[in-house]
Design a protein around this ligand. Structure first.
Ligand SMILES: C[S@@+](CC[C@H](N)C(=O)[O-])C[C@H]1O[C@@H](n2cnc3c(N)ncnc32)[C@H](O)[C@@H]1O
Length: 406
């Protein structure tokens, strides 16, 4: 089957919406996937960092495979196709079929992302180039400097390039992980959140587009400066790091109970906040992550803003999630107990102790939660936290709550 036949029009429009490096925050509205119920190939990509090409441990072992072959097609012991010498087009077509057979969601997206990575196309626009050339038979790419020869194709662009053994090996290794429904973010080891390319490791939550919305709401509503912010349950660190980067004079403390979250968020903070070009260096002064639970956390300085995307899926809803989510992302990142509110309740109870008066708390929650939270807070005599508002996400779901510390 021709690649062009396999590429649905939504891929083309996805391409048209591909985000540039300084588009700050507009395109998160374009994403049309609902949280936790689909795979998470939802945000775009920025500059590729070869250090994060893949998880290092996986590379070392997988690179030992000897795939130096000239043949058109071969099988390894586990019956996986070896694609050395195939055209990119043929490898794409065949791989999409493989993912379809395994019922992997979004097979085209997956394969294109993996191929762009394997070919080391620029992170920023590699997949767009791949889609464009893969769907436009008339396009000539005069800059094809790869030493590959065309075989049965009449044009000279990416789709007619022949895969080297290294490219085939990298692609095959990633494809096999995706065949097992591993989220593309883990396979690539990085993904984009707003304008930032961040490292992502199992079993941390792969950031969702709704969380980009949450960050932008906070940015839009924050007028005072400086602000001291707590990101409770930081995971990869995306919320706090984005706020530290965007808000002038913001300082962010982040907490999580998962050691790899602390390690990864500090790495991401350095990646995003450390100035590389002589401007203002916000790292390490503006971001610190600490391994501690919301229950035990005692800050040294009170906060003006508390933000959290806590684990909030009600226990019974966990079984509605796909394997891509439940097999790879941790239960403690996803599940918030019977009604999904265990960590949310802890955070709300701790707010008066953590915050300055008039501080705000923003949380991403399950659509069932705003009503429960409002009733709970409205019925507390002398309570020190007031329910201020709830807000819908881009899918029309009640997703965010704003609370005020009195
Ligand atoms: C839904 S994930 C959010 C990750 C990240 N903020 C994001 O939006 O992508 C929730 C995070 O809260 C952390 N967490 C769970 N229970 C916690 C607790 N009691 N105190 C602090 N963090 C907790 C989990 O380890 C996980 O990293």
């Amino acid at each position: 089957m021709e690649m062009s036949m396999l590429l649905p029009s939504n891929l083309i429009s996805y391409c048209a919406h591909w985000r540039g490096p300084s588009r700050h925050l507009s395109s998160f509205k374009q994403q049309q996937r609902s949280k936790y119920t689909t795979t998470t190939i939802i945000t775009s990509s920025a500059t590729r960092n070869s250090n994060n090409y893949c998880n290092d441990d996986e590379i070392d072992t997988d690179m030992d495979m000897d795939m130096d072959m000239d043949m058109d097609m071969d099988m390894d012991n586990s019956n996986n196709l070896m694609m050395t010498g195939w055209t990119v087009r043929k490898a794409l077509d065949e791989s999409i079929r493989r993912l379809e057979d395994k019922k992997v969601t979004e097979p085209e997206y997956s394969v294109l992302h993996l191929m762009a990575f394997a070919l080391q196309l620029p992170w920023e626009n590699g997949i767009r180039d791949l889609i464009t050339t893969s769907t436009d038979d008339d396009t000539k790419n005069d800059n094809n400097t790869n030493n590959n020869n065309n075989n049965d194709e009449d044009d000279d662009n990416i789709k007619t390039m022949l895969l080297t053994s290294e490219q085939a090996k990298d692609f095959e290794r990633m494809l096999q992980r995706r065949e097992k429904h591993e989220p593309i973010q883990y396979v690539l080891g990085q993904w984009d959140f707003l304008d930032y390319t961040i490292a992502i490791r199992r079993p941390l939550l792969c950031p969702r587009p709704e969380t980009e919305e949450l960050v932008m709401r906070i940015v839009e509503e924050t007028t005072e400066s400086p602000v001291h912010i707590l990101d409770c349950g930081c995971g990869t660190g995306v919320i706090g790091i984005a706020l530290a980067e965007i808000l002038p004079d913001a300082t962010v403390e982040a907490i999580d109970i998962e050691p790899i979250a602390i390690e990864t968020s500090m790495e991401n903070a350095q990646r995003v906040l450390k100035d590389q070009s002589g401007g203002i260096d916000k790292y390490p002064d503006c971001y610190i992550a600490t391994l501690v639970s919301a229950n035990d956390y005692k800050p040294e300085h009170p906060f003006d803003i508390v933000v959290s995307n806590p684990p909030y899926i009600p226990r019974n809803d966990m079984k509605t999630l796909t394997d891509d989510v439940t097999k790879y992302e941790s239960d403690q990142a996803l599940c918030g107990g019977n009604d999904g509110m265990d960590v949310i309740r802890t955070i709300i109870r701790r707010l008066p102790e953590w915050c300055n008066s008039e501080a705000v708390c923003w949380m991403e929650v399950d659509p069932s939660h705003p009503k429960i939270i409002q009733e709970w807070l409205d019925n507390q005599d002398g309570g020190k936290v007031r329910f201020e508002s709830s807000h819908k996400d881009m899918f029309g779901k009640d997703r965010f709550v704003k609370l005020r510390v009195l």
